[in-house]
Design a protein around this ligand. Structure first.
Ligand code: HEM
Length: 223
């Protein structure tokens, strides 16, 4: 773990921490490429127009982030995507993709890669947890991956990122699960473990914890 953290710090320089590049692939519950939303079709074998658009959106955001939100030039997103600058500009406009605020929690957590790493780590801990694991028992791999994707989109958009969340609201998504106060405590413990393991700084840790706590009334239904 120490090596991973050291690598993340080295890779980050003065920018946000880049956990994903620092983590060996064995740290993930399944290979990183499996969870790339743009690389997957739905269970029905094809994407609807809306899903296709979301997939395009994720792809453009990834390219924009990789190129530091520069459109033009050899390292710019347009060249990397194999598009003209004007075509890219018009797709960004059509999909309403905007550069996130540098001070947003999204950027401070390492943008899409940081949030994906965080969500995956947290989700892996939840599924494997002796008390919380029951909520995912018997679910299909596809269902679990879809949920992870929704969690990434939810966290990204809540933190001020350009992702579009297309899932249910927190009340609807969790109501039938009958999540108890004790489950919530267990969840908070793994949330904190994740934040510490990924060496998220204190300020951001507090912000994530406060945001999560604001969802409690929507998620917990039983004492
Ligand atoms: C004790 C805590 C929690 C447990 C046990 C839990 C469990 C689950 C389960 C089992 C699902 C799948 C529901 C279904 O497919 O019907 C789900 C969905 C989801 N959860 Fe949680 N969750 C917890 C807390 C949270 C928190 C704090 C967040 C946000 C930060 C969150 C975000 C989501 C999202 C975005 C979905 C997908 C919604 C959708 O399917 O439309 N969950 N959760």
């Amino acid at each position: 773990m120490k090596n991973v953290v050291e690598r993340a710090v080295i890779l980050a320089g003065e920018g946000p921490l880049r956990f994903e590049e620092a983590l060996p692939s064995s740290s993930f519950s399944y290979p990183a490429h499996v969870s790339q939303p743009q690389a997957r079709t739905s269970a029905r074998g094809f994407l609807t127009a809306k899903e296709f658009e979301r997939s395009e959106r994720n792809n453009l955001v990834a390219a924009m982030e990789t190129s530091g939100w520069r459109l033009a030039g050899a390292d710019g997103a347009a060249a990397q995507l194999g598009m003209t600058v004007s075509k890219l500009r018009s797709r960004l406009k059509a999909l309403n993709i905007k550069k996130p605020e540098p001070a947003s929690l999204y950027m401070r957590l390492g943008a899409s890669r940081g949030i994906e790493t965080f969500a995956r780590d947290l989700f892996g801990r939840a599924i494997g947890h002796p008390q919380l694991g029951r909520f995912w028992k018997g679910r299909s791999t596809y269902g679990v991956m879809r949920e992870e994707q929704l969690l990434v989109a939810y966290l990204s958009s809540a933190a001020g990122g350009p992702a579009e969340y297309a899932g249910r609201d927190m009340k609807k998504a969790h109501h039938d699960l009958r999540i108890t106060a004790s489950d919530w405590e267990a969840f908070n413990a793994i949330l904190n473990e994740t934040l510490v393991a990924l060496r998220v700084p204190e300020t951001e840790r507090r912000e994530v914890a406060a945001f999560t706590e604001s969802l409690k009334l929507d998620i917990v239904v039983e004492d």
